[in-house]
Design a protein around this ligand. Sequence first.
Ligand code: FE2
Length: 269
Amino acid sequence: MSQDMLSLGMVNPQLLQFSDLHLSKDEQLMGINCDESFAAVKALAAQFHDIDLTLLTGDISQDNSETSYQKCCEVFRYQKHPVAWITGNHDDVSMQNELLCEGAITPTKRILFKHWQLLLLNSQIEGQVCGAIKNQELEFIASAAAEYPKHHIMLVMHHHPVAMESAWIDKHCLKNSDELWQVVGGIPQVKSVMFGHVHQEVDIVHNNVRVLGAPSTSVQFTPKQDEFSVDNLQPGFRHLELLANGTIKTRVYRVDADKFIPVFDPSGY
Ligand SMILES: [Fe+2]
């Protein structure tokens, strides 16, 4: 993990989370044009004018093509605020490092506000759909907390660290979540974990930590299904405000109408 830190300093920062863009050369994922759905979500998010940081929580690419990352770069490089990203199971981290570094887009994995620090973790196990946090990054959570003991911490990762009660996606979870929760249990500064990967809205409290998952900007997965299933809910994003007292105001927004309806494909994911 890069030790470089981006220090922003806002008191109550506002964030946007876009997740699981699944951009590709051919644009289609299970009948949804991911370029169009992402553009619709991005347009919806333009209602927020005072954003301090955008987070892209993995699966930016579906096909690991240069084109997919270039599309992402073109959308975000001219933002007026920093745009940080993490790696999903579908992503190629070396290509991300090479292509997601222009203009507003930053490869930094540590962001400091006045009262919060965000630690962006890589939960990818190369070649697998499931994930894990490496020891080095688990240790980094503890050292970051020790360095800024008064700051609340938000962990940002791609894979879900709690069960979704959905057998098929829980096979593809964060495999060492027990280890993560053991570490987090000793660090009371950790107030929230946010993630992507599950293509659905999640907002629960686990071990006194706010656990937040976001919809995809493309295809949605139906919650609490044991078999793979796609949802007709529309693509969306999450808006967050990190408050000085360690709590979070947040809401998911989805595009209107039923423009993006997926076609079920059992081999689709
Ligand atoms: Fe995904």
